[in-house]
Design a protein around this ligand. Structure first.
Ligand code: NDP
Ligand SMILES: O=C(O)C1=N[C@H](C(=O)O)C[C@H](O)C1
Length: 276
């Protein structure tokens, strides 16, 4: 039996809510080896990431805020490496450019990249012939919700999206809600034709206007994790699609799949459904 060399994985944002889940999932995956844990939070510097993640054994991987040195180290591994990014909308773009420059394949979970930034990263990955994945939502339930929404949009002309998240979330609307609106927008129809002339007495009362006239409403409260409703309306009926997460572990099968798949790519791919 041949045993393949494990995939070297670096996690950036490793000490955050998603980063710690990824650390646990990668540590348990037989075909992966966690080689680096990057996080800027000063509280966690030099601590063993396995201990921070609550694993029974240390992983002998200390948290560092030195991204460039860590990427330089990871690119010397025998096998091509992968960097999983769950950081912040303000830093993900630069992190990904650096990873690609070192020949490390990025798997991006961080949301909040602009359309221009995504296009620039796609061009950069293409020039470097490097795989790169941007996945606004790693849960299979959300892929299914989006597919059901696209199917329903053939029959409904009116639709709005409500996304609800914990109140530590930096970006609004969520990357998932934007992706959902884009998918509905790709149907090529204009939703929500105006029936009356509306006046917003409080700015933002009707949410933000996304693709093809689709409105997105963002709710932020402690006690929530990540939830989304797509509500279709027609005379005499409402059709509601809803996805709820109760544990960030729900994203891990998607994250592990992305780590394996990004190594087979030579350019940027957007969306979990493209690699299923
Ligand atoms: N695609 C998906 O399926 C999912 C995506 N997300 C997205 O992932 C991102 C992270 O979410 P979450 O884990 O909840 O956030 P957290 O704030 O819990 O974690 C982010 C971590 O990254 C650190 N960090 C931020 N910037 C840098 C940087 N430049 N270099 C190193 N470390 C950095 C933060 O440090 P500090 O505390 O000092 O800021 C923090 O420890 C968000 O954009 C969120 O929307 C979340 C869930 C699922
Ligand atoms: O910040 C989060 O928590 C989440 N962010 C992603 C998004 O913005 O869509 C994915 C999921 O909704 C959880």
């Amino acid at each position: 039996m041949t045993s393949k060399t494990p995939i070297p994985v670096v996690v950036i944002g490793a000490a955050g809510k998603m980063g710690l889940e990824v650390v646990k999932a990668v540590a348990q995956a037989e075909d992966m080896n966690l080689v680096g844990a990057i996080d800027r939070n000063p509280e966690h510097q030099d601590k063993d990431i396995g201990e921070l993640a609550g694993l029974s054994e240390p992983l002998e991987v200390p948290v560092t805020n030195q991204m460039e040195s860590m990427l330089a180290f990871a690119c010397q591994e025998k096998e091509p490496g992968v960097m999983v990014d769950f950081t912040h909308p303000d830093s993900v773009y630069d992190n990904v450019r650096s990873a690609i420059a070192y020949g490390i394949r990025p798997v991006i979970g961080t949301t909040g990249l602009s359309t221009t930034q995504i296009q620039e990263l796609a061009d950069f990955a293409e020039k470097a012939s490097t795989g790169c994945l941007i996945i606004p939502n790693f849960s299979i339930g959300m892929v299914l919700l989006q597919q059901a929404a696209v199917a329903a949009s053939q029959y409904f002309d009116h639709v709005e999206i409500i996304e609800l998240h914990h109140n530590q979330k930096a970006d609004a609307p969520s990357g998932t809600a934007i992706e959902t609106a884009q998918k509905l927008g790709e149907m090529g129809k204009t939703f929500n034709p105006a029936i009356v002339e509306e006046t917003e007495k409080l700015t933002g009362a009707r949410g933000s206007q996304a693709e093809e006239g689709i409105r997105i409403h963002s709710v932020r409260l402690p006690g929530l994790i990540a939830h989304q409703e797509v509500i279709f309306g027609a005379p005499g009926q409402i059709y509601t699609l809803r996805h709820d997460t109760s544990d960030r572990a729900c994203y891990m099968p998607g994250v592990l799949l992305a780590i394996r798949k990004v190594l087979q790519l030579k350019s940027l791919v957007y969306g979990l459904e493209k690699i299923l």
